[in-house]
Write a protein that binds this ligand. Structure first.
Ligand code: KG4
Ligand code: ZN
Length: 338
């Protein structure tokens, strides 16, 4: 049996978790900084780093306590070393280095995106989750506030990047449009909610198809929303907000769903895996299912958004493959996956 402590601080969540055999989640603790960043409408990097410093020790202690394990019961410490915000990554990596060295445990470096992917091997009990019952090859769509990545997963830890966003991440677009509609931060949940009352065809917004590629672009859509709102000035009646939320959401979802389904077909994938905060979006899940000819798996919300159980899950694969970080492990803010 392999028991791993995962540590995640790449963005605005301070997280720690204990996972057995890359599957059983013994604990999964997340300290969210949403309240700190809400007034800025996005993550404020210096404040994020400071909040990680304050939260990291209590979060790790709680993860061990709620898992009923001690440092001596662990086989390794796995930590996110990229991609992410430099100041945020620094806190997790240096804490993990110190803790692993001090407790005589090996340190395993984990790519945050690989974590989002291996969340699908955890026993989450989610109704739409695969819980590890998967066969390669797979297509994975990772959509969050920082990433929009379409990947071909050929085997264990074997990826090919098919495409990604050329500008804003999907979640970033949700957050920016929510701000224009004065819906607060993070923007995904209130846009999804407002969209339920709106007409997705009320505004004819552009879809950036970027033909012949699996790439995405959301900045033109964002500009189109801004332009369409201009005639209303400072006036934002509920009808307008609902119609714009629905029209914007439909434009984002359509391109994501069609490209994910097309990739699955082109590469003979056995299933599509949805990860990241934006994959909490119910209409997105539905649209991908409608477009795809293979099963589409999605996670319970706590495993869509940033967490450390997914880092421990990916870390378990890396640990079992013999991967160890040296004590010189450095952060890699722009670390690619494939
Ligand atoms: O994975 P995550 O927690 O953090 C990052 O790594 O970025 O993703 C956060 C993003 C935010 O942009 C948020 O607006 C978006 O996920 N999000 C959603 C929904 N819930 C969260 N977007 C659309 N629909 C949702 N229901
Ligand atoms: Zn993430």
């Amino acid at each position: 049996m392999t028991r791993i402590l995962g540590i995640e601080t790449s963005c605005d969540e301070t997280a720690a978790a204990v996972v057995e055999d890359g599957r059983r989640v013994l604990s999964n603790v997340v300290a969210s900084q949403v309240a700190i960043h809400a007034r800025y409408g996005g993550v404020f990097p210096e404040l994020a780093s400071r909040a990680h410093v304050e939260a990291i020790v209590p979060v790790v202690e709680e993860a061990l306590r709620t898992a009923h394990v001690d440092w001596g019961d662990l086989d390794a410490v796995a930590v996110t070393y990229g991609p992410g915000l430099p100041g945020s990554l620094l806190v997790g990596v240096n804490f993990a280095k110190g803790a692993a060295f001090g407790r005589g445990l090996p340190l395993v470096p984990v790519n945050h995106l690989e974590g989002h992917l291996y969340a699908h091997w955890l026993e989450t009990g989610g109704e739409e989750a695969a819980d590890g019952r998967l066969d390669f090859p797979l297509v994975a769509l990772i959509v969050s506030g920082g990433h929009t990545e379409l990947l071909l997963v050929r085997g264990e830890m074997d990826y090919r990047r098919l495409g990604g966003t050329l500008d804003d991440a999907a979640g970033e677009a949700f957050d920016k449009v929510a701000r224009m509609l004065r819906l607060g931060y993070p923007g995904g949940p209130p846009i999804e909610k407002a969209a339920r009352q709106g007409n997705p065809r009320a505004f004819d917004l552009p879809r950036a198809w970027l033909p012949g590629t699996y790439d995405f672009s959301f900045s033109g859509l964002k500009t189109a929303v801004l332009r369409a709102l201009r005639p209303y000035g400072d006036h934002r009646p509920a009808r307008l907000v609902a119609d714009m939320a629905a029209s914007f959401q439909a434009a984002v979802i359509e391109v994501l769903a069609v490209k994910a389904a097309r990739a699955a077909k082109a590469y003979g994938a056995t299933a599509i895996l949805l990860s990241g905060g934006v994959s909490a979006n119910t209409p997105l899940r539905r649209a991908v299912r409608e477009a795809a000819e293979v099963p589409v798996y999605a996670l319970p919300i706590a495993f869509c958004t940033d967490n450390a159980a997914m880092i421990a899950a990916a870390g378990t694969r890396r640990f079992e493959a013999g991967e160890r970080a040296s004590w010189a492990l450095d952060i890699r803010p722009g670390l690619p996956l494939a």
